[in-house]
Design a protein around this ligand. Structure first.
Ligand code: PAF
Length: 280
């Protein structure tokens, strides 16, 4: 596996593949990789000739009181894992390489779907994501890019942006990787204390219970209230418990496919998860 830290050296590394018209698969990450990320790479390996993974902790998607400074940076361990799953090129630029010294005046703002769910408590977060992913798409020029369904809203924002800006890139959403007890894998799980780690799987349990209740025709509003009550009782501080369509529209038909979304804090650690309930 090659590791490149500048746009110029990445272009040099990808030039033979581009000339040979090989397909390039791209997995953007912020590092501290776990099986969820590695599944994205495995999926990319299946569909593309050459796989590029980026590791870049993007400062402009963190709010002033968020964990940018403390975000786990584990480049050496990440490189080893990526080599093991067959990543061809790791792109690990510095903040200077991505944003330079000059003021940044351009941002990619995707609109309404960035203002619901996580967008309500993380103002500007999705503008930061859309902007850095746009830059990375221009730098890597992939044919296909892979994102985890755990960040369902992020995936929806990237799909919308890719359509709106006519990027010639296929976006593939990869199912959530879970620990044996159901907890969705996330780099932020590492912040949990042992006790919190034991409580955290209750989010997934409450989502699967909710699906069962919905299938028994319990009204959606009642199901959402009960998720919130169960998680609050277990010690979570709820940010939101909501149901939207897969495209993040309001649910207005009884037998429509829906996604149940939860964001809740255990201590200082904010966890998100979702579950798709299909009726079709
Ligand atoms: O999901 C992430 O890790 C980040 O939001 C992404 C897509 C790499 C952009 O910084």
């Amino acid at each position: 596996m090659k590791t490149e830290t500048t746009i110029q050296s990445l272009n040099a590394a990808l030039s033979p593949a581009r000339l040979a018209r090989k397909t390039i698969g791209f997995v953007p990450t912020m590092g501290n990789l776990h099986q969820g990320h590695l599944n994205l790479v495995r999926e990319a390996k299946k569909l593309c000739d050459v796989v590029v993974v980026s590791i870049f902790v993007n400062p402009i998607q963190f709010g002033p009181n968020e964990d940018f400074d403390n975000y786990p940076r584990t480049l050496e361990a990440d490189s080893q894992l990526l080599a093991e799953v067959g990543c061809d090129v790791l792109f690990a630029p510095s903040v200077q390489q991505m944003y330079g010294d000059l003021p940044r005046r351009t941002a990619v703002v995707v609109g309404e779907i960035t203002e619901v769910l996580c967008g309500r408590s993380r103002a500007g977060h999705f503008d930061g994501v859309a902007t850095v992913v746009t830059k990375l798409f221009h730098i890597v020029q992939p044919d296909t890019a892979f994102f985890g369904q755990k960040d369902w809203q992020q995936l929806a924002v990237i799909r919308q942006m890719t359509r709106d800006l006519s990027f010639p890139i296929d976006i593939v959403g990869v199912p959530i990787a879970r620990a044996e007890d159901g907890l969705a894998l996330s780099s932020r799980n590492g912040y949990l204390t042992d006790l919190q780690r034991k409580v955290a799987p209750k989010i997934y349990q409450s989502l699967t219970d909710a699906e069962k209740a919905l299938r028994k025709k319990t009204p959606l509003a009642e199901v959402l209230t009960s998720i919130e009550a169960n998680l609050t009782k277990a010690g979570f501080e709820i940010d939101y418990v909501e149901a939207l369509t897969p495209d993040l529209e309001a649910v207005n038909a009884f037998d429509q496919d829906i996604v149940l979304f939860v964001a809740a804090k255990l201590g200082n650690t904010r966890l998100i998860d979702n579950l798709v309930v299909k009726y079709s």
